[in-house]
Design a protein around this ligand. Structure first.
Ligand SMILES: NC(=O)C1=CN([C@@H]2O[C@H](COP(=O)(O)OP(=O)(O)OC[C@H]3O[C@@H](n4cnc5c(N)ncnc54)[C@H](OP(=O)(O)O)[C@@H]3O)[C@@H](O)[C@H]2O)C=CC1
Ligand SMILES: CC(=O)N[C@@H](CCC(=O)OP(=O)(O)O)C(=O)O
Length: 345
């Protein structure tokens, strides 16, 4: 199958290039960049020297549509909503990594992202691609709204407890922490070395664009209105996300019972690893892989279940999950091209 990437020079885009080059069923034939038009990808990114050669070109939608079966859009939110509808009209399969097609309520998009949402006709055609939770919908989809990085970690950690009624839906607090690559490759003061090194900052308090996305999906799986408290922090590391989640338990239970429940919930999945009692995951234990590792602790004094969920933001939080969704859409094994173990340390 022939694939193309729009936004191949960004952090998610270049990770898609690396993963798709080694994917057994994909021929990566088009890589699009406005800023590096005409340059060889391995000249712009020397880590690909002697591995992958292809010239970057500017976006010509008609020409691109003629040459590929599937497109990945790895461009900023606000850009995809202008491009994806054109591919929808041409019935070319797409996986969009941006936030433009995730929120189904136009008012939410306007409030949290700013600007007008995509037309409803196109918005409703995009399937939310949280691979493990909406597998059957994704298998039948043509267009995927790939989840945000924080929502992937948070939702995979919360959904089994919420769906099984073991936590109070009104008591969800998510403490999210991300490496700097989550902010993308564009130059910005907030992600300068001198700003993040030996520092940790909280940001976008009560204003993060992933709040409505997490609430939308928790609401969908529980059929209830869910409001969360969500705070994000920037860590002095390159890759990785940790979401530590605090929720009140409904009644009493044990860590072993919670672990058994999660292991049963994710029994059929490839990339979720549920930790045994007392073994809390760390970012380094998933970095460079498509895994999401989840661990638990119960604070019996306060009746609180603490859930810790870790992913690599560029893999399971972006390019890795995008490929997992492509595999599902194409009817292939969902782990094709994604079997690398985490790189440690
Ligand atoms: N980084 C992460 O951890 C995650 C990112 N995402 C989402 O994935 C998408 C890509 O993110 P990321 O890789 O971090 O972003 P980057 O900022 O690293 O890269 C953005 C890419 O988009 C291209 N681009 C920028 N502006 C335009 C434009 N106006 N028209 C067309 N192309 C444009 C740039 O290429 P050029 O200027 O060369 O054309 C570049 O290749 C975003 O929507 C982001 O929200 C989702 C989950 C996690
Ligand atoms: C560290 C950092 O800045 N991370 C970004 C994650 C961006 C992202 O994935 O956002 P989309 O929803 O637009 O895809 C943030 O917190 O906004």
């Amino acid at each position: 199958m022939k694939a193309g990437i729009i936004g191949a020079t960004g952090y998610s885009g270049i990770e898609l290039v690396r993963l798709l080059h080694f994917h057994p069923n994909v021929d990566l034939v088009k890589i699009i960049s406005n800023s590096k038009n005409g340059e060889e990808i391995s000249e712009v990114f020397p880590h690909l020297s002697n591995i992958f050669q292809l010239e970057l070109s500017t976006l010509d939608i008609d020409e691109l549509a003629k040459g590929v079966d599937l497109i990945f859009l790895a461009v900023p939110s606000g850009i995809s909503k202008k491009i994806l509808p054109v591919f929808m009209e041409k019935e070319i399969k797409c996986v969009d990594l941006s936030g433009d097609f995730r929120l189904k309520n136009p008012e939410d998009y306007e409030k949290w992202y700013g600007g007008r949402t995509a037309d409803k006709h196109y918005l409703t055609q995009a399937t939310y691609g949280l691979s493990e939770i909406f597998k059957e919908d994704i298998r039948n989809a043509h267009y995927i709204a790939n989840p945000g990085c924080y929502p992937t970690a948070a939702l995979l950690g919360l959904i089994p407890a919420l769906k099984n009624g073991i936590i109070d839906k009104d008591s969800i607090i998510i403490d999210g922490k991300s490496g700097a690559s989550g902010a993308g490759r564009k130059a910005a003061t907030a992600t300068l070395f001198a700003e993040i090194n030996e520092n940790v900052k909280a940001y976008k308090l009560g204003k993060h664009q992933h709040i409505p996305e997490i609430e939308q999906i928790l609401g969908k799986v529980s059929s209830e209105i869910i409001n969360i408290t969500f705070t994000t922090h920037l860590l002095p590391i390159t890759r990785g996300i940790m979401c530590t989640m605090y929720t009140k338990l409904q009644g009493t239970t044990s860590e072993e019972k919670v672990i058994d429940l999660y292991k049963a919930f994710y029994e059929e999945t490839e990339f979720i690893r549920i930790r045994d009692a007392g073994r809390i995951p760390a970012i380094k234990e998933v970095s460079g892989s498509n895994y999401c590792d989840i661990g638990f602790a119960i604070d019996e004094r306060t009746g609180t279940l603490v859930i810790v969920s870790c992913i690599d933001n560029i893999l399971k939080g972006a390019a890795g999950q995008a490929i997992q969704n492509m595999n599902l859409m194409m009817g292939w094994d969902e782990s094709l091209g994604l079997t690398a173990a985490p790189s440690y340390p």
